[in-house]
Design a protein around this ligand. Structure first.
Ligand code: G6P
Ligand code: MG
Length: 225
């Protein structure tokens, strides 16, 4: 792993032969984590306990039901499967209410420009997200047409760090995994990319993403290249 900016030629080498970019959604294209947090927190408060921002970090990149298990674990709440389904539905309804208000101003800095830059170079663009709400979020951000393929929680049965979501993305784009570059803010997503035989750009801080091939603070940092 190396920090971007050390050597431009090293970075150019990294992107050499790239035919597709596969993007995580939350934390890479848009900060929906704050809405997930708000909705989970309201649910937890209703059950009589609170969730801290640090605890919320553990929910990034994992599926809705896995997140619910973490939340219930924090509160020490033991319930049956039917009640879990009900709570997940309640949380999701609240979350959807919030993301229905999202507009293009919430696209993270440089994300749209970077997608456009890849497309202009003939690089295919795909989404690889655990979220079952990815489509509505992309549409509200006005960037759905920039994606040649969208793979989300509705098509995937195994969560990151399993590579399924990215392998399905590569297949949908008709690009070999070795020619794909994944953009991920979660450690589990970086693992998924590497397990799928892809290069991984970590979005965030290098110490949180030790297995990423390179780490940048945001997609805007790649635009200068
Ligand atoms: C993304 C987020 C997770 C979230 C998951 C499922 O991976 O990072 O925090 O739990 O999507 O989202 P959903 O919209 O299907 O509940
Ligand atoms: Mg993410």
């Amino acid at each position: 792993m190396s920090a971007l900016g050390e050597s431009l030629s090293e970075v150019d080498w990294f992107f050499d032969g790239m035919q597709a970019g596969l993007f995580d959604l939350d934390g890479v294209i848009v900060d929906t984590a704050k809405y997930h947090y708000r909705a989970w927190r309201e649910l937890a408060n209703g059950l009589g306990f609170d969730v801290t921002e640090a605890q919320n970090e553990r929910l990034k990149g994992i599926s809705r039901m896995e997140s619910l298990e973490v939340i219930l674990g924090i509160g020490g709440v033991a319930i049956g499967a039917a009640e879990k389904d009900r709570l997940a539905t309640v949380k999701n309804a609240r979350y959807v209410e919030m993301v229905q208000q999202i507009d293009p101003s919430e696209i993270l800095p440089g994300a749209k420009e970077y997608l456009l830059a890849l497309r202009a170079r003939g690089v295919k663009v795909g989404l690889g997200s655990a979220s079952k709400n990815a489509d509505i979020i992309l549409r509200n951000l006005g960037i759905r047409p920039l994606f040649d393929a969208v793979i989300d929680g509705n098509q995937v049965s195994r969560s990151k760090p399993d590579p399924e979501v990215f392998l399905l993305g590569a297949r949908a784009l008709g690009v070999a995994p070795a020619a794909c570059v994944v953009y991920e803010d979660a450690a589990a997503g970086v693992e998924a990319a590497k397990a799928g035989g892809m290069r991984a750009v970590g979005i965030g801080r290098a110490e949180n993403l030790p297995n990423a091939d390179i780490v940048v603070p945001g997609l805007y940092a790649l635009l200068a290249r």
